[in-house]
Write a protein that binds this ligand. Structure first.
Ligand code: OAD
Length: 223
């Protein structure tokens, strides 16, 4: 079976990485206009680097949970799986999923805003860092900020529309274009989340519960 999976912050919540919009979520503590937009970065790059440095530290200290592991098992099974994530952590990869599509970028990667070179991010990034290629002091986290276009949209659209099953896991469906992918699906659609998302009505089937329980239970049924 061809399965396209979209994950969000809820998949990593039980690894100790905060979600964005839940009570105590990151966007209740930080102003996303200041830390997650190109304009915020232009105003105060040190503040933005501090925010992502803290998140990178949390990510390095976190370990994949049973949901990441079950999805890796599925990706390595007889099924044809495309794993798309909005998450900028690397927990799907560390759990063993091959070829994860990180549509919102990667905490562990750095990007030169001048020449588009990418490289492995150091644990702590600083506005004074220079690009290893062009030497400009215009390095930024390789994160897709609000107002920027997510990565790999053509491949994502093709995978979702060609899938027999599209599954969204641990996402509030508040952020587009990810939240609109369900509209492209021509096969059956399933939402797995703690609670109904903003787009719950667009899905055929639903399973509600913590990702570490609901995802392994669903994967076990596909064996
Ligand atoms: P959100 O924080 O918006 O939503 C997290 C979802 O996960 C909510 O629907 C929760 O109910 C659910 N959830 C929380 N804990 C869970 C658990 N243990 N098991 C299952 N579900 C759980 O996060 P995203 O939808 O991923 O973008 O947010 C989308 C984008 O908004 C992010 O990629 C980020 C953010 O701004 C950028 O930074 C560009």
């Amino acid at each position: 079976m061809k399965i396209a999976i979209l994950t969000g912050a809820g998949v990593s919540a039980e690894s100790g990485l905060g979600t964005f919009r839940d009570k105590d979520g990151l966007w209740t503590k930080y102003d996303l206009n200041e830390v997650a937009t190109p304009e915020g970065f232009a105003r105060n790059p040190a503040l933005v680097h501090d925010f992502y440095n803290a998140r990178r530290k949390n990510c390095v200290e976190a370990t994949p949970n049973a949901a990441h592991e079950a999805l890796a098992e599925l990706a390595n099974s007889q099924h044809d799986v495309t794993l798309i994530t909005q998450n900028v952590d690397d927990l799907h990869t560390r759990a063993g999923s091959p070829a994860v599509i990180q549509m919102h970028g990667a905490l562990m990667r750095a990007l030169c805003a001048s020449c588009d070179t990418r490289w492995d991010a150091p644990l702590v990034m600083d506005p004074a860092d220079s690009c290893p290629s062009c030497r400009q002091q215009s390095t930024r986290p390789d994160i897709v900020w609000f107002g920027e276009i997510p990565y790999h949209m053509d491949a994502i659209g093709a995978a979702v529309s060609n899938a027999d099953l599209f599954v969204a896991i641990g996402t509030s469906a508040e952020v587009y274009p990810a939240a609109g992918l369900v509209e492209l699906a021509q096969g059956r659609t399933l939402e797995i989340n703690l609670e109904p998302s903003a787009r719950a009505n667009a899905f055929d089937d639903h399973r509600f519960g913590p990702a570490t329980e609901a995802v392994p239970a669903w994967v076990a049924e596909l064996r």
